[in-house]
Ligand binder design. Structure first.
Ligand code: AOF
Ligand code: ZN
Length: 336
């Protein structure tokens, strides 16, 4: 199942509105096939793994094998035929899956469907890890809202203001490369008109390794004063300008819901200044926090989160950190 999770991770950010899913086929203790779901409309992980096994060992040798899948195999027709049928037809004798599919069309149905045709089923193996991977899908499926990751960078004295004469960056190249991989996790990057005016950010996904087989995330500029935006800024003029939209600030909920229902987005990266981040935190849109800490002291006045504050404090869950060169990246979930 760890191998299957590894396969699934290759699909993070690429499969929306579907979840990232991985599968590995094992016979007599040996891996004979592996695959991951690459994009909505394309084959599911199970069928990718079966196709891989067919080329590696041939259809006959798959009979009697075990398939490990990070998500419960689907059991009704969507854009693609049900995986439980593909598994049975291939002669797989045992299915081990990690998480139940949050999609009500499939949730909990695979076990009975497979067992009735003589396929053994084990559920819940490494379930927590598998659920972590499909958090954006589960939230979008369950609530119609996307998973929102707020990303910011700050100095050690918790300021966004850069020292004079140092250009626009607090963090260095390694942290900025890590931001590319964060953008690769999402279907849209959201910012404010104020940030566009002050920083003229690109907010693009430009690393080619992340772009193969997917669109660049939408760039959403939230502003009630579209006339005040610098229309010669890169995100309005570069080759991906058709992926930039300006939307009014008044209805974040409607905007987030439309990203899910109209654009098939499951996850959003919020990259903005303290005022908008504070408002979104106060209003409960943020699920996950990513903070880059840069080893410098700014002494300026601008804070990364200018909300109402948390009189009782707000402790984040599942906090972890990574080193990115000289900067540090902290990542944690907002507890609700
Ligand atoms: C699986 N394996 O790799 C994935 C699954 O429209 P379709 O046919 O692609 O079906 C989409 C649904 O299938 C999606 O909402 C989710 O419930 C499930 N995703 N299932 O067996 C996979 N990606
Ligand atoms: Zn399927």
């Amino acid at each position: 199942m760890r191998r299957a999770l590894e396969e699934a991770r290759k699909g993070v950010g690429r499969t929306a509105p579907n979840p990232p899913v991985g599968a590995v086929i094992v016979k007599e203790g040996r891996e004979i096939g592996a695959g991951w779901h690459r994009r909505a409309g394309q084959p599911h992980a199970e069928r990718e793994a079966l196709a891989d096994a067919r080329t590696r060992v041939g259809a006959e040798a798959i009979r009697g094998a075990t398939i490990f899948v990070t998500l419960e195999p689907c059991s009704t027709h969507g854009r693609t035929p049900p995986c439980v049928d593909g598994i049975r037809e291939a002669g797989i004798s045992r299915v081990v899956y990690a998480a139940t599919d949050p999609n009500p069309a499939h949730a909990g149905r695979a076990e009975a469907a497979l067992q009735s045709t003589g396929v053994a089923v084990t559920a819940g193996v490494l379930e927590a890890e598998a659920l972590r991977l499909i958090r954006p899908f589960a939230k979008a499926m369950g609530t119609g809202l996307p998973w929102v990751i707020w990303k910011t960078a700050m100095s050690l004295d918790a300021r966004l203001t850069r020292p004079p004469g140092e250009g626009m960056w607090l963090t260095r190249a390694a942290a900025r490369a890590r931001v590319q991989s964060l953008r690769a996790e999402v279907g849209a990057v959201v910012t404010s008109g104020a940030t566009v005016r002050a920083d003229r950010p690109r907010l693009d996904l430009r690393e080619t390794q992340y772009l193969e087989g997917r669109e660049m995330p939408w760039r959403i500029v939230v502003s009630d004063l579209p006339d005040s935006l610098p229309m010669n800024a890169p995100l309005f003029t570069d080759a991906n300008r058709h992926r930039t939209r300006i939307v009014p600030a008044g209805d974040p909920e409607g905007m987030l819901r439309r990203l899910v229902s109209e654009d098939g987005v499951n996850a959003v990266l919020l990259e903005c200044g303290g005022r908008m981040a504070g408002r979104w935190m106060d209003d409960g849109w943020i699920d996950e926090v990513v903070v880059f800490l840069a080893p410098l002291l700014c002494g300026g006045a601008v804070a990364p989160l200018e909300g109402k504050g948390f009189p009782a404090g707000l402790r984040l869950r599942e906090a972890g950190f990574e080193r990115c060169g000289m900067d540090v990246m902290l990542r944690a979930l907002v507890d609700r």
